[in-house]
Write a protein that binds this ligand. Structure first.
Ligand code: NAG
Length: 102
């Protein structure tokens, strides 16, 4: 019952990701299904964190406008915060300063 409810609550694409494997590895209980959903989201979060962290450290201002550069850097920090990986202010300032080509 809970299994079906969980499955129905998922976006079709997510449902396929968690059940679309072979019949042997398909989650059989609500507990298995929950684990499988958690793994999927943890994996995606890790990828998002890694991308946004790298972007924060490697983005440089170059010829972009200062306001656009600052918005972009703030955006990466906000993105990280939405997945629970908070960037402390001093780190954001340090990354932003090192991205200036001066
Ligand atoms: C960066 O983080 C945001 C918010 O968590 C996410 O939506 C976005 O996909 C991430 N970027 C990449 C390329 O993973």
């Amino acid at each position: 019952m809970l299994y079906v409810w969980l499955l129905c609550a998922l976006e079709p694409q997510v449902a396929t990701s968690v059940t679309g494997k072979s019949i042997e590895t398909r989650p059989k209980t609500a507990h298995d299904l929950r684990k499988s959903i958690e793994n999927l989201y943890c994996f995606n979060n890790r990828a998002q964190i890694q991308y946004n962290r790298t972007a924060l450290r490697t983005t440089t201002k170059r010829s972009s406008k200062m306001i656009d550069y600052l918005r972009k850097m703030k955006g990466y920090a906000d993105n990280l915060a939405t997945v629970g990986d908070f960037v402390i202010e001093s780190e954001l300032v340090s990354c932003t300063l090192s991205g200036l080509d001066i």
